[in-house]
Design a binder for this molecule. Structure first.
Ligand code: HEC
Ligand code: HEC
Length: 321
């Protein structure tokens, strides 16, 4: 039997500590073939992106944002599960520990630069219910660097998305500069034909109209404004500016101001502009409800529950004949 004296206890603990160090630090370094192999989406960052990353760390963004998606995070989309090689050249990977805000590992190309400018200045402008603090005190170069860094998250996959944003952005700007009618023609030329002809299948009831109003206030108000004229506060940073819904009136239903058109644009967003997609955030009924709200409140043309509409759903109000 070993007699416990200070010397033995001291030696024993040191030995144990060395063993743990070997198992968790040294062994993985040599046995994990991934440890310094970069992944297929990896690319080195530019100087501006490095500057943005330093700011990201110093402003404490990592206290609210993670940068890794695990297989159990299927609810985040899990479109790309984090790999060791994504972080191979980072001396302090910004994995984060809390998800007070969304995971940012694939943030690059999700939004345009002008969306980020507005969002950093006041997150409530782009997301009226956001609890992210305002970073309006960032100097212009800092905001540029931070945006460049955020747009680089996701490496090569992000580069593809950013490129696509710029591709459509050039066209969206040209269409906007060509005047209201040309802009609307261009916007609607990107909506598949079938959608342009679909009336809104949801009837407008007091409750559904109210729901549409609340959804509008929670998601759209900062850009399209309380009266739908595109003059929400975010207009200060956004170009092309948010659409003025009242201009759709003169294009009429045949010209595309249908429930189906609204649904499609809200669902997919307009890549290349600050208009975000809502297909991951709002379920179908909410998109139809907010479309009805926009149609009645701002455009003044409503095609809700128009014929031919088949048999009404069980919950829908019974019309008196
Ligand atoms: C107190 C927590 C908090 C801090 C600190 C914070 N954020 Fe956020 N962030 C959020 C929340 C909540 C959201 C979701 C709502 C929104 O879009 O504003 C968000 C959203 C975002 C988004 C949009 C993601 C998307 O595509 O929808 C980006 C980009 C972002 N944050 C970057 C940053 C950066 C960069 C910093 C540091 C300068 C930062 N955040 C600091 C909480 C935080
Ligand atoms: C961050 C700003 C922003 C937010 C938030 C936003 N939009 Fe937009 N929206 C835009 C911009 C910018 C455009 C395109 C303007 C252009 O290219 O002329 C647009 C265009 C649209 C269009 C296209 C109309 C057409 O005729 O093609 C619809 C519909 C629309 N928005 C509805 C909404 C709804 C509903 C919400 C809320 C659920 C919303 N938007 C939230 C900025 C925003």
């Amino acid at each position: 039997m070993i007699h416990m004296n200070p010397k033995i206890v001291g030696l024993g603990t040191t030995f144990l500590l060395l063993l743990i160090f070997g198992a968790v630090v040294v062994a993985p370094r040599y046995t994990n073939p991934e440890s310094d192999r970069v992944s297929d989406t990896y690319r080195p960052r530019t100087d501006l992106e490095e500057k943005g990353r330093a700011l990201y760390i110093s402003y404490g963004c990592q206290y609210c944002h993670t940068q890794y998606i695990r297989t159990i995070d299927w609810d985040l989309g899990a479109d790309r599960i984090a790999q060791a090689g994504d972080y191979a050249r980072d001396t302090s990977p910004q994995l984060g520990s809390n998800r007070i805000g969304p995971d940012l590992s694939q943030e690059g190309g999700e939004h345009t630069d002008d969306w980020h400018f507005a969002h950093f200045r006041n997150p409530r402008w782009t997301r009226p219910e956001s609890i992210m603090p305002s970073f309006s005190y960032l100097a212009p170069e800092e905001r540029k660097a931070m945006t460049a860094y955020v747009q680089s998250l996701g490496g090569r996959s992000a580069d593809g998305r950013v490129e696509r944003q710029w591709h459509w952005r050039r066209q969206a700007i040209a269409a906007y500069q060509a005047g209201v009618d040309e802009n609307i023609r261009w916007l609607h030329s990107k909506v598949p034909d079938g959608w342009l002809r679909v009336p809104n299948p949801y009837p407008i009831t007091d409750a559904s109209f109210k729901r549409g109003e609340v959804i509008y206030q929670r998601h759209c108000l900062g850009c399209h404004g309380p009266v739908g004229d595109g003059q929400g506060p975010a207009v200060a940073e956004i170009y092309p500016p948010p659409l003025n819904f009242t201009t759709l009136k003169r294009h009429g239903i045949a010209g595309g101001a249908t429930g189906g058109m609204l649904y499609y644009q809200i669902m997919n967003g307009i890549t290349g502009t600050a208009m975000p997609y809502f297909k991951r955030e709002l379920e179908s009924e909410k998109i139809w409800d907010v479309s009805n709200y926009v149609a009645r409140q701002f455009i003044g043309i409503v095609d809700a529950n128009q014929e031919p509409k088949g048999i009404d759903a069980a919950f829908e109000p019974v019309e008196k004949k």
